[in-house]
Design a protein around this ligand. Structure first.
Ligand SMILES: *Cc1c(COP(=O)(O)O)cnc(C)c1O
Length: 321
């Protein structure tokens, strides 16, 4: 079965060790998978998803990509870059108020030529639908990408990311990854089954307090993603590990745990995390290590999903130093 895919990510992304951080924490062995280095306009995990989503858009004859997210959405920034690169128009439906001085991801969205439509959190879906209908009426061929690129097409990016990790010869006991719309964890889960990863995958929930629901979403998306590959696999929600203990002040709110994790990674390893996703997931990782959750001899791979441009958002920058 051939699955349409375009190739613009810088792959394979490196796997690096974090010896200073491991020593500082007294174990376990820490590794990082550098998906902050996927290459598309500062990169991140959405780039792998977009290789499949944009191929699907092309196959359907689309000339416009429509997606949505928060004002500082990394997914929207990478979608805008992919659209520019492929000669497609891009409309981003962003929740919030237009700031007077756009910074970070929002500045990049505009630099990359995306058209921005502002909406409220509650009206996001409705606004996306309206934008799509208006585009059709204007004679365009729009392609709608869900939040976070998390459907069975986008998640394929992480099925093959797991294959890539296996081909790199890395077999960590644990993979720890930020999880929000679930496509990354679902793809990794399918990839683990198909390519023989035998460790555990732990998603640190970024914004969903209901672990049961998160596990159901990931398991269901994993099954749909496998089916897309012609594989009839079942995934039990009880096999999906999600930790919702680190939600802090909610989505996009950077608090003391995130700030501590971002500083610690920066100052011991020269590695930059982001304020919304990887900062929170790393704060969870640090807490689990300090609680003795992992065994000393185990190897834990932190899957860096990107997001670093948000460090420069005026909303966060001032609190980080
Ligand atoms: C979108 C995003 C995530 C979450 O990925 P999902 O597939 O939506 O769970 C994690 N980290 C960063 C930096 C992101 O932009």
């Amino acid at each position: 079965m051939t699955i349409p895919r375009l190739h613009f990510a810088h792959l394979p992304t490196p796997v690096e060790t974090l010896p200073a951080l491991s020593a500082r924490l007294g174990g376990p062995t820490l590794l990082v998978k550098r998906d902050d280095q996927t290459g598309l306009a500062f990169g991140g995990n959405k780039t792998r998803k977009l290789e499949f989503l944009t191929a699907d858009a092309r196959a359907q004859g689309a000339d416009l990509l429509i997606t949505g997210g928060a004002a500082q959405s990394n997914h929207c920034r990478q979608t805008a870059a992919a659209a520019a690169r492929l000669g497609l128009a891009c409309t981003l439906v962003l929740a919030g108020e237009p700031p007077r001085n756009p910074t970070a991801n929002l500045l990049l969205d505009q630099l990359l030529g995306a058209n921005i439509v502002w909406t409220t959190n509650d009206a996001r879906d409705e606004t996306m639908k309206r934008v799509e209908e208006e585009a059709r009426r204007a004679g365009r061929a729009p392609y709608l990408i869900p939040y976070g690129g998390s459907n069975e097409v986008g998640a394929l990016g992480y099925v093959f990311a797991m294959q890539e990790l296996m081909q790199q010869g890395a077999h960590p006991d644990w993979i720890v990854v930020a999880s929000s719309s679930g496509g990354t964890q679902a793809g990794l889960t399918v990839g683990a089954r198909l390519f023989g990863y035998e460790g555990r995958i732990l998603g640190v929930s970024i914004d969903k307090p209901e672990v049961e629901l998160s596990r159901d979403i990931v398991a269901a998306l994993a099954a749909r993603t496998a089916r897309k590959l012609g594989e009839d696999l079942t995934f039990n929600a009880s096999d999906i590990l999600v930790d919702d203990g680190y939600l802090g002040g909610g989505y996009g709110v950077m608090g003391p745990p995130e700030i501590e994790a971002i500083r610690l990674f920066a100052r011991t390893e020269g590695l930059l995390l982001d304020p919304v996703y990887t900062g929170r997931a790393a704060a969870g990782l640090l807490d689990l290590i300090r609680q003795g959750f992992f065994k000393k001899g185990e190897a834990v791979l932190f899957w860096h999903t990107g997001g670093t441009p948000a460090l420069f958002a005026d909303k966060y920058a001032g609190e980080l130093i």
